[in-house]
Design a protein around this ligand. Sequence first.
Ligand code: ADP
Length: 497
Amino acid sequence: MKVVHKIRIIFLPAIVLPLTLIVISIAILSFSYTKSIYSTGSQSGTIDSFVNTTQTMNALTSDTFEEIKRIAREAPETFENPDYIEKVNQALQKKDSYLIIRKNNEIIYRGTKEKHTEVESMLPQYGSTISSEDSGILIGEPENFLIKQQDFVFSDSEPGTIFILTNLDNITPHFRKIILQLILSVVLILFMTSSLLTWYMYYEFVRPINLLKDGTDRIREGDLDTDVEILNKDEIGDLCVSFNEMRAELKKSINDRLRYEEETRELISNISHDLKTPLTAIKGYSEAIMDGVADTPEKMERYIRTIYNKANDMDGLLNELSIASKIDCNTIPYNFTKIDIESYFNDCMDEIGSDLEQKNMDFAFFNYCEKHCFVMADPEQLKRVIMNIISNACKYSGAKNKGHVNIRLKEMETYVQVEIEDDGIGISAKDLPNIFNRLYRADASRSSSGGSGLGLSISKKIIEDHGGHIWASSKLHTGTTIYFTLNKVTEEDEEYE
Ligand code: ADP
């Protein structure tokens, strides 16, 4: 769920939840209030009775008052029965009320021990209009009383009045209690709701952010191995995923840099070692010439040719070094052109044929492509690849009289496959997967001189930049075949041109 939706969801209960709970608690409190205090009353606990208390008090005694009215009409002598009066009064006392019976102007029965003189002095006279009303009258000063009056005639024909007095002051402590309970429940509800929402906010937002912060601390301290735990499937979760990706990327780039630095160190040491060998030879042969050791023209020519060959080796090494640094900066200068593969390889073979002959190598070229099969390639860089592979075939031909190199071109549907096969020392299965790695040299070739471990990695880079693949198959002591592919020029390519 998105963070924005979560925030909306939080705000909804933040308003609705306390409101609902407050309404429910008011209803429960008012219900229990009226139920518990006026359990004998005719009116059940409703919000109405809670709000309009006078009406509630009035209703509480209305049943008794109705009965009194009926008796006054039908059997007024009942009011002279002390048992009946006591029974009615006891029932009224449970409702904060009591009876007063007046004969002439004298009170002959008072249903309470406490005498409210001033209230009694205000009681309406016999025949007063309120006697017919149901709701009675209210006295506010000095005490709050609701008075209901019913006139009747005693059996000795004396006028009599029966009053129900309800003390409204008793209601105030109940109210105080209920308001206190209400305030308490509102505070409790608000506290509970805010605690719930705070916990939710912590769980949903603060906890993942803390984990993220721990992650950044770990990275600052150099720990690039531990991922941040992803708790949510929202924007924060996405942020954690991106953070973990960034951590992995950072770790990779640091490892790459360390590897690159290590490789560069190794390269410098390899190259300086590899340059030293031809340089020592050049120095030795030059000194020999200067010292007059080359005393015959044949010797002189041999010495000079050796110096030339060694200088060529050095040139080759420096060339590889320069192309390797261009690979690092991705700045190999390509000049792609459409080339006829057959004529290109024929020219190549002419060029390298004499070289191979000199190195006591036989070679054969087999072209299985149709006439005018074109590929898109940079002729100069492609030559570098072919030369690298062929020079390896010479370097690793082993101690035999004559080495053989077979070069085959095979036409496939969309590409041309070039195969360069030798019968040299071969490569062990352990070394074979690594020979295209930079600076990798198989155990068998480490002792031999003239290898920098760059040739095949440079060839791989060039072939891949041409959109092709390069791989090898080999058998130790039998020979090696290096394969690479070059994409053919399609009709679409031609149209594009
Ligand atoms: P190097 O300058 O050492 O020849 P390369 O990148 O050209 O570097 O080759 C990497 C390694 O692969 C070589 O050191 C050698 O062990 C092995 N290798 C490459 N070509 C051949 C081959 N034709 N025969 C045997 N081993 C080979």
